[in-house]
Ligand binder design. Structure first.
Ligand SMILES: C[S@@+](CC[C@H](N)C(=O)[O-])C[C@H]1O[C@@H](n2cnc3c(N)ncnc32)[C@H](O)[C@@H]1O
Length: 392
């Protein structure tokens, strides 16, 4: 490994921090940083040591891929804390590769699945990702620039998904699908993906996926069918089998209420109860909006009700889900354990980051039982059951 780019890409591909490299080579972290910043040249011994490390990591990944058991293999993009992975493993899938660039969800992911996700997907060559049967991911939604397309077109470049999607994270999903042609994929996103940029974003996404050879079906599903939280998300499923388009399962409502996921009354640490100042501020803010005829307000809920959507900003004031504690007490926030249950995570799922980070991680995640229903339905599809598992 002779260039800084090669060194950084290798570190990103295996989700290694500067500390990880420094510990493995028994050197100072600042030395690793200086080499990667280019402020000192790459010493020959370093180049050799990193090449050795790279071949060891590559061998380990190959072994992991070869030893994959289970009914089908999958890769987990924009993995977060692994809500989608939890569901796909439950129905017999084996994960071969994951990517998550935020160190906090990545830590929870490693602590729960024993595997460090790779880092920034935009810096990962699709050829370095193992072949897989299913690709899953909840990619952040960004607009596609029409202006950019015509400008490139006018420069004589061909139109195609590369031109239309370049510079967006969906482009990275598409280039990986294009290269590996997984038998199926599941993409998850906020409901607004459909109306984003006046519908243009969704149109480009569907067109791109269909042009890559897939039958594509989509449906908005409310997590509230299976957990006590109103959470509408769009699920996009693609299959290479045009003779059997994917049919979304019918999910029967379980009619859960917050009581099913809350700690017993009176047992929660008082630190989760809102201070007088914060509670008064929230009420004032809500009154002001009400007077103007706006819908803003906090989501004060009793135990027999259903929560609003848990968002990644819940850590700020927790206003979207506040638990009523009787007339003599201010309401309280959910605890991180309660958030895990509200998203349908299994009991054994470990929370290994601070409360603030955990709220953000769960707010970004998926309702696991909904994804599990989809994963189960996908696992029954003929194309995943023809005994020709894709492995390298
Ligand atoms: C909506 S969350 C997905 C959560 C996941 N489905 C789960 O169950 O926890 C999107 C994730 O994509 C990650 N992300 C965004 N850009 C990325 C990139 N370029 N490379 C890798 N991960 C990225 C974010 O840090 C975030 O955790």
């Amino acid at each position: 490994m002779n260039t800084v780019e090669e060194l950084v890409n290798f570190r990103n591909l295996y989700g290694l921090t500067h500390d990880d490299i420094a510990n493995r080579l028994d050197i100072n972290k600042s030395q690793v940083k200086k080499i990667e910043e280019g402020s000192i040249g790459i010493p020959e011994w370093y180049s050799l040591a990193m090449a050795g490390l790279k071949s060891r990591f590559n061998e380990d990944r190959k072994k992991h891929v070869k030893s994959a058991k289970g009914d089908f293999t999958f890769i987990d993009l924009f993995a977060g804390i692994g809500g989608i992975r939890t569901a796909f493993e439950k129905v017999g899938g084996t994960c071969l590769f994951s990517s998550e660039y935020d160190p906090y969800p990545a830590k929870m992911y490693e602590d729960n699945f024993g595997e460090k996700p790779a880092g920034d997907i935009t810096k990962i060559d699709e050829k370095d990702i193992p072949a897989h049967d299913v690709l899953v991911g909840g990619f952040p939604c960004q607009p596609f620039s029409i202006a950019g397309v015509s400008k490139k077109g006018s420069l004589g470049r061909k139109h195609g998904f590369e031109d239309e999607t370049q510079g967006t994270l969906f482009f990275d999903v598409a280039r990986i699908i294009k290269h590996h042609k997984p038998k199926m994929f599941l993409l998850e996103n906020v409901k607004n993906l459909k109306s984003h940029d006046k519908g243009n974003t969704f149109k480009v996404i569907l067109k791109t996926l269909r042009n890559l050879g897939y039958d594509v079906q989509e449906k908005i599903i409310d997590g509230g069918l299976l957990v006590p939280q109103h959470r509408e998300r769009i699920y996009i499923v693609g299959t290479l089998d045009h003779s059997q388009p994917f049919e979304f399962p019918l999910i029967k409502a379980k009619n859960k209420t917050l009581d099913d996921i809350l700690e017993p009354e009176g047992t929660v640490d008082p630190k989760y109860t809102l201070s007088d100042k914060l509670w008064a501020g929230l009420q004032r803010h809500a009154d002001k909006h009400k007077a103007k005829g706006n819908g803003f307000g906090f989501g004060l809920k009793k135990r027999n009700e259903v929560a609003r959507t848990l968002s990644a900003r819940y850590y700020k004031d927790g206003s979207e889900i506040l638990i009523y504690q009787g007339p003599k007490k201010n309401p309280r926030r959910l605890t991180p354990d309660e958030c895990a249950r509200l998203m349908g995570f299994p009991k054994k799922f470990k929370i290994t980051v601070s409360d603030t980070r955990a709220y953000k991680c769960f707010g970004n995640s998926v309702v696991v039982p909904v994804v599990e229903r989809l994963a189960k339905q996908m696992s029954k599809c003929k194309i995943l059951n023809n005994n020709s598992r894709l492995v390298q």
